[in-house]
Design a protein around this ligand. Structure first.
Ligand SMILES: O=C(O)[C@@H](CO)OP(=O)(O)O
Ligand SMILES: [Mn+2]
Ligand SMILES: [Mn+2]
Length: 558
């Protein structure tokens, strides 16, 4: 029985057969935009994806992948992997972390919750530490939420506050970190005026310090730990604005990869290591890049790196980050209850599933796909394969990443005929797009296209079906634009856009197993990623649950 009380048994589709193998391919960060020199997908040779596009409108269309279509607060919110894969897998639109935190802060309920009460127990004698991504990107965290949390904690008795910042440059323009740090410094000054000892204590760039994911490189988390908890870092400054400005002067320095630093007092002593009796909040609402730190902060038994000290603290996440691990055990806002995902339904209906990506996106097609739940629903029917990603490099150095290896695994899984669904994420256009290296991103897009071809060829051989789509845009637009769409100049220069976009993404269906008469319906012009789950269920021969977003396809008699 599903948690709603509904049966897990899916009705047979009245027209579509069962038993076809379905490949579900998610191109990460592959949106649709006007062709021009900043559209790396357009520039790249992508014959496979181009040929799919020729199937429009019956076998190719666009779907929305940002804003309210994926449960984000507003249409100005770009898409991202978490909300994108949640929608793809769950078939419904859930108000996402960003929005839930907004609501809890607006009503003040966040301060009445169990999580806040728990950290508040330390306010009298301990320090409140806030650790997280400092930007207004809205993908992992948001500046205004941090500001409200700081203010609220001050009003509710926090006497000593330390902020441990992670600079962004990935969801926002590179170089924007300085302005964000200045803003927080002003807020902290206002708190100090009220007698609260509030300061920035440490910092570092998100990709080099703390925000690794899926255990690709624990050194990243260790660097953060050393600075945040131990108060140790190679760079010491007395002021965070100076720190960020100075560290950015290094050749090749950028916000994403700033080295760790600590803020010290006039005697050279770190101003805010984390010690027994302190409270810690990780302010990111998004899960993937907080899970590793959450484990380090929370687990008594931990062997991923030498923590040196394991302070007895009251730790809460902004959200619960992993529903299966119940991690962390305390949190300020309850996460969306993403239940009855398509993956869970399909295993209950006997669908054997293979899912694969490389480490940096592995959790996207498993954890995010399954509603932020780690592990299998049914190990007998599912196999999840992770191909180790390169670590310690920026992906413009190796833009092909593991696309070929992922495609080979998918091909072999398809040809083995052991699985009904073979699902992959191809990371290239996203991960290389985030580096802002246009030439490398073109190479990345070509590699992803070749991987798609390999998977489609295998589907052709077994008489199967493919669904090729993406989770949000990135590589299709690499320049910051004004409202009219013209590149926005700063000091006469274009500004490279490292972030995701607001663009829609393609979805294509095809393969010899698609029944005659199947085509995209024309009455869902505003269809989005959440409509994909029902579509895939149909292609497996099932009707989707009635509360799922409607399927994108129809079957016409011909
Ligand atoms: O790298 C990440 O964490 C985000 C951008 O902040 O990208 P994606 O949503 O594609 O994982
Ligand atoms: Mn993504
Ligand atoms: Mn991305």
């Amino acid at each position: 029985m599903g948690s709603s009380g509904a049966s897990w048994k899916l009705p047979d589709h009245p027209k579509l057969p069962k038993g076809k193998q379905v490949a579900v391919v998610v191109l990460d960060g592959w949106g649709e935009a006007n062709p021009n020199e900043y559209n790396c997908i357009h520039t790249a040779e992508t014959p496979t994806m181009d040929s799919l596009k020729n199937g429009a409108p019956e076998k190719w269309r666009l779907v929305r992948a940002h804003g309210t279509a994926v449960g984000l607060p507003s249409e100005d919110d770009m898409g991202n992997s978490e909300v994108g894969h949640n929608a793809l897998g769950a078939g419904r639109i859930f108000a996402q972390g960003a929005k839930l935190v907004d609501i809890a802060l607006a009503s003040g309920k966040i301060f009445d919750g169990e999580g806040f009460k728990y950290i508040k127990e330390c306010f009298e004698t301990g320090t409140l530490h806030l650790i997280g991504l400092l930007s207004d990107g809205g993908v992992h965290s948001r500046l205004d939420q941090l500001q409200l949390l700081l203010k609220g904690a001050g009003e509710r008795g926090a006497k000593r506050i330390r902020v441990h910042i992670l600079t962004d440059g990935r969801d926002v323009l590179d170089g924007s970190s300085v302005g964000f740090v200045e803003t927080v410094e002003k807020d902290l000054e206002a708190l100090r005026q009220k007698g609260i000892d509030a300061r920035i204590a440490s910092g570092g760039g998100r990709m080099y310090v703390t925000m690794d994911r899926y255990e690709n490189d624990w050194n990243v988390v260790k660097r953060g730990w050393d600075a945040q908890v131990l108060g140790e870092a190679p760079h010491k400054f007395t002021n965070a604005v100076d720190a960020v400005k100075k560290l950015r002067e290094e050749p090749k320095a950028n916000d994403q990869y700033l080295p760790p630093f600590v803020i010290v007092d006039e005697n050279g002593k770190p101003v805010g290591p984390i010690v027994d009796g302190d409270a810690v909040v990780t302010i990111n609402f998004r899960a993937d890049r907080m899970v590793m730190l959450a484990k380090a902060l929370e687990y008594e038994n931990f062997d991923k790196f030498d923590r040196v000290r394991f302070p007895k603290i009251h730790y809460a996440g902004m959200l619960e980050y992993d529903g299966e691990l119940k991690l962390p055990s305390h949190y300020l806002v309850s996460p969306p209850e993403i239940d009855r995902t398509s993956g869970e339904y399909l295993v209950h209906n006997g669908i054997r599933t293979f899912a694969c990506s490389e480490t940096v996106k592995f959790g996207h097609v498993t954890f995010f796909w399954n509603g932020n739940r780690s592990g299998y629903f049914n190990q007998e029917l599912e196999e999840y394969v992770e191909i180790p990603s390169d670590s310690g490099i920026t992906f413009n150095v190796k833009p092909k990443m593991k696309a070929l290896e992922i495609a080979e695994k998918a091909r072999d899984a398809i040809l083995s005929r052991k699985f009904d669904q073979v699902r992959v994420n191809l990371p290239n256009s996203d991960m290389v797009g985030h580096t802002g290296d246009i030439e490398a991103t073109v190479v990345a897009c070509k590699a992803a296209d070749e991987a798609v071809k390999m998977i489609l060829d295998a589907i052709e051989q077994v008489g199967g079906i493919y669904v090729v789509t993406a989770d949000h845009g990135n590589a299709e637009d690499m320049v910051k634009r004004d409202k009219s769409g013209k590149p926005l100049l700063k000091d006469g220069q274009i500004q490279i856009l490292t972030s995701h976009t607001l663009q829609p993404v393609p979805i294509a269906i095809g393969g010899p197993g698609v029944a005659p008469g199947v085509r995209f319906r024309q009455d869902l012009p505003r269809g989005g990623l959440a409509n994909v789950a029902a579509t895939v269920m149909n292609l497996h021969g099932f009707e989707a649950p009635s509360d799922y977003e409607p399927t994108l396809i129809e079957v016409v008699d011909n």
